[in-house]
Design a protein around this ligand. Structure first.
Ligand code: ZN
Ligand code: ZN
Length: 332
């Protein structure tokens, strides 16, 4: 008496090609034989594994597989590490970026799921990477909307950093108005002038964003990659945030949401401490170097992705031993 077994349906592909074929078989042996024929692979020692995670299919396992399972045919000696293999293929496709871009665009065109749209959008943004070119002529799109005086990406990024740092100086200066005492106010003004001089001499620390700078002066790699340094109260960024504003226009614009965050806060701590320290004291008594470092240098600045920019109070205060030039005895 014959037991009639219905053939099972599968999708089969080889490890090297993404094209899938529908195939029907009653046993694993039959499946392998048919697949080898279909994919033009020698059948000796061949086996079949799950596309998802590379599990090798045995005859027993075969009987329990649901219809339409995706399988990969492996010639003798070859293995499949599942989706990891695919991701690797994509990452390795650097040189065929154009192909990938058009494929991703095609998928995006009829994709409705917001999640998948997001993933494809991110992929496209990362593929359109022109970070290796530097000049305006070579990447006109990157320079869209940027003043004509900037001829290179590095020059613009340097300016971008300078502007941020200048902004901090402006804030320090702006505080002058809110100091009621005339004597304190005039001493405060003098400190601001010294800070401005120092900052000008350091060219507003624009080198932090300039990839053409020497390693010690910049925050990015020589390719232009910036890595989030993590929230003020963390040692590093657990989200692995990174960005290359040199890569394309969108990344350049997105980079403006990244912040140079003051660990000891500018508004809540540094500026009020400076004003307070000047009450009844001369600008010459103040350790201006210390305040300079806190306000404008990476000693107190962390570059952070917006998610790692915590808005609450940092609860960190200036080091009272460093506020004045010499250690003062506090008289009670
Ligand atoms: Zn981060
Ligand atoms: Zn902050």
């Amino acid at each position: 008496m014959h037991k009639i077994t219905k053939p099972k349906l599968f999708k089969i592909r080889s490890a090297n090609q993404a094209k899938k074929y529908g195939i029907a078989a009653v046993t694993l042996k039959e499946l392998i034989k048919k697949a080898c024929h279909l994919l033009k692979v020698s059948s000796s020692g061949g086996q079949v594994c799950l596309y998802e995670d590379g599990t090798v299919v045995t005859e027993e396992y075969f009987q329990n597989l649901p219809d339409n399972t995706e399988l990969v045919l492996l010639p003798e000696g070859q293995s499949w590490n599942g989706l990891v293999h695919e991701i690797n293929q994509v990452l390795g496709l650097d040189r065929d970026a154009d192909l990938l871009i058009s494929a991703a665009k095609g998928l995006l065109a009829d994709e409705r799921s917001p999640k998948r749209r997001r993933i494809l959008g991110d992929l496209l943004r990362n593929l359109r990477d022109n970070s290796e070119v530097e000049s305006r002529e070579d990447d006109k799109d990157w320079f869209q909307g940027i003043d004509a005086r900037f001829k290179t990406k590095s020059a613009y990024m340097k300016y971008n950093c300078e502007s941020r740092i200048r902004g901090y100086l402006k804030e320090v200066d702006g505080y002058t108005r809110s100091i009621p005492n005339a004597k304190t106010k005039s001493e405060y003004k003098k400190v601001v002038e010294i800070l401005a001089e120092k900052l000008k001499a350091a060219r507003y620390n624009g080198t932090y964003f300039d990839r053409s700078e020497r390693d010690v002066h910049r925050l990015c790699t020589e390719e232009g990659w910036f890595t989030c340094q993590g929230a003020f109260d963390e040692n590093n960024c657990t989200f692995l945030h990174s960005i290359n504003p040199y890569g394309n226009r969108e990344s350049r614009i997105l980079f403006s949401t990244w912040n140079l965050d003051h660990l000891i806060e500018k508004k809540r701590a540094i500026i009020p401490t400076l004003a307070e320290a000047l009450k009844g004291n001369k600008s010459g008594d103040i350790n201006v170097d210390y305040f300079y470092k806190l306000l404008f240098t990476r000693e107190n600045l962390k570059l952070v992705h917006i998610v790692c920019h915590k808005k609450g109070a940092h609860e960190l205060s200036c080091d009272s031993r460093k506020i004045y030039k010499r250690v003062r005895r506090t008289v009670k």
